[in-house]
Structure formats: C-alpha cells, structure tokens
Write a new protein. Structure first.
Length: 274
C-alpha cells in the first residue's frame, strides 16, 4: 500500500542512490585521480535524522563540487512556519533531498546546480530544479541545456515554460537587477500525483548526470587565461550573494537544524568583488 511512510522511504532511498551515482560519474570525469571525501552528520536530536555530504576539491575538472543528501524531521520555529506549505499550524515536517553544486576549474565550463526534494508537513510535495551559471557566453550550450531540460519535462507532461520562467524569476538578484545565470528549470509544491511526480524527479536526476557530462566533456580541454579566471571569480561573487541573501534551501536548512558546513557547501572555494 502506498501510504505516507512508503512514499517517504521510496524518496529517501532514491536520493541516496542518486547521490552515489553522481559521485561515481564525477570521479570518472576526474579519471578517478581525485576522490570525494565523505562526512556524515546528525541533528542535535539524533532521532530527527541527518545527512551525508560528499566533497571533492582541487581536481583537474572541479575546483569544488559538493553532493549533499539529507533526511530530517522536526518542528519549524514559529516565525518560519508561515513560509512553508502545510506547516502553518503544527510546524512539524519531514524532508529528504539531494543537492549538488559544482564549481569548475576551467572558467569556460559553467557552474552547475541541481536539487530535488520531497517534503511532508500536513501536505506532501516535490520540488527542485537544475540551473547553470556561466561566466562566458555560449548561446549554443545554453540552447542545448534548455532543449534537454524541455525534453524531460515533455516526457513527464510537465509545463516546461512555467518551470523555465519560475527559474528565471527565482534566480534573480534583486539588488543587482540581474539573473544569476542562464536559468534552467525550477519547480515546487508538486502535490498532485505522487507516482508521476516521483517518476519526473527520478528522470530529472538522471538527466542532470547526462547534461553535466555533456557540458564538461565538450569544454574540459579548452585553453583559458588568467583574465578568463578573473571573470569567473567575479561571477562567483554573484553566486555567493544569491545563496546568502535569497536561496530558499539555505534558509530551510538553517531553520530545520541542518549542518552548517553542508548548507554552505554551495559557496565557491574562491570568489571576487570589484
């Protein structure tokens, strides 16, 4: 019987499986010369769960890439409850998800971000997305990424245009009046058909691996200069600004007793401001 506990277990297992697959694929891109280090963490109340963070730094491809998976539960602080669907009254929640942020050594390769999650309050829903932040313009690459994401949406009868617009709106730096990158897709509050939504979330996870491989393999041998790196570091500054000022995942993590190092894993190893 597909009850709430079964749905939780299935989602939790999937995110664990996907985390292992992503780490394996990314180590392959590094020709297995650089490996992820693993760190497990628990919430203060151990029965409320925790997570596993994998981090690879200083590689030939990746300056820094983190692959986080967590499954946590508890009660939201009162002041945060209004912001979460179905948590307004009691504030209880259960959440499982995976988050990936990859900052590249070669500035010609864009930074890539992906996450998917399943959240249970008095309601249940999936959310997530994938987006790309280049420091160098490449319209052909942009088109390919959007075409691939559109394909996954269409195969699952999802509204690609809605998700794309949502992504553009979400990853917008209000204080700068500019978007963080070239967008992708973003979705939240997918409450209706659990089986269909779970299928979409799984296929998006696998598509993320394919798209990342495609982007990296195409550009990993491109030559770059100190000036190119400078441009990348300035773009990373925007990444930092967004994640500290606006990012929902950061706020959710901090308000659900998450692990600080894992929450801030999305920050690049180095960034610059003018």
């Amino acid at each position: 019987m597909i009850n709430s506990d079964f749905r939780k277990k299935m989602a939790d297992n999937w995110f664990s499986y996907l985390q292992k697959q992503i780490c394996k694929e990314f180590e392959n891109l590094e020709s297995n010369n650089y490996k992820f280090s693993r760190r497990d963490w628990k919430k203060k109340k151990e029965k409320e769960g925790g997570g596993t963070s994998y981090l690879l730094s200083g590689g030939k491809i990746f300056d820094k890439v983190g692959v986080n998976k967590s499954t946590v539960s508890g009660i939201f602080p009162k002041q945060f409850r209004q912001k979460i669907l179905g948590a307004e009254k009691k504030g209880t929640y259960w959440a499982s998800g995976i988050s990936v942020v990859a900052h590249m050594k070669n500035p010609k390769i864009p930074a890539i971000h992906f996450n998917t999650r399943f959240i249970v309050t008095s309601k249940e829903w999936f959310g997530g997305g994938m987006d790309v932040t280049p420091s160098h313009k490449d319209n052909k690459e942009k088109q390919t990424i959007h075409d691939d994401l559109k394909k996954v949406c269409l195969q699952n009868k999802k509204n690609y245009k809605k998700y794309k617009n949502w992504c553009d709106k979400y990853f917008y730096l209000q204080h700068r009046k500019e978007t963080r990158g070239i967008g992708g897709i973003f979705f939240d509050y997918e409450t209706k058909n659990w089986i269909k939504n779970f299928k979409f979330v799984r296929e998006l996870g696998l598509a993320f691996i394919v798209i990342s491989n495609k982007i990296i393999n195409k550009k990993k041998k491109l030559k770059w200069t100190k000036k190119d790196k400078e441009k990348q570091l300035l773009k990373r500054g925007r990444y930092v600004e967004f994640n500290l000022l606006y990012d929902r995942g950061t706020k959710f993590g901090l308000n659900s007793g998450g692990n600080i190092d894992s929450i801030l894993m999305s920050l690049p190893p180095e960034a610059k401001w003018k």
